[in-house]
Design a protein. Structure first.
Length: 146
């Protein structure tokens, strides 16, 4: 029964994903490297990058890699973006996602009040293969390893 509920809740979370656009990216690492470089150039390029970042965080857009995979900010699935608040609702997948993000932030001492910027495959929401912008690398949120 528990597995069926968890799978149903994951499928319900997948239904929350309705991006308006996609940003083409060679790789997640390359995208964030370019984003940082562009943001340093000038105030105008920073503003453009900030708007793009906001659209990613809100789930309005996803990153599309050459293999066709689309990557969504985990924060777009949660109504909150701070690590010390509780998730509202009873979706077990979203509750679990919040818990593993808080755990990841705490274990790695990510700075600030926000949850870590983690990207999940938009087709699966797989937690075992995600990308953390704060760590600058791939990680398995389930096993607590990078």
């Amino acid at each position: 029964m528990g597995d069926a509920v968890a799978e149903f809740d994951r499928l319900m979370a997948l239904r929350m994903i309705v991006p308006f656009s996609e940003i083409q990216a060679e790789a997640l690492e390359a995208y964030w490297t370019r984003w940082k470089e562009e943001a340093r150039k000038s105030r105008d390029t920073f503003r453009v990058g900030a708007k793009e970042f906001e659209a990613l965080e809100l789930g309005e857009t996803v990153l599309r890699l050459p293999d066709g995979s689309r990557w969504l900010s985990a924060g777009a699935l949660l109504d909150i973006d701070t690590y010390d608040d509780d998730v509202k609702g009873d979706n077990t997948f979203l509750l679990h996602l919040h818990r593993v993000l808080v755990d990841h932030k705490t274990r790695l001492n990510h700075f600030g009040p926000l949850l870590p910027q983690v990207f999940l495959n938009a087709a699966t929401l797989e937690l075992r293969h995600s990308f953390c912008v704060d760590c600058w690398g791939w990680l398995d949120l389930e096993s607590r390893t990078l």
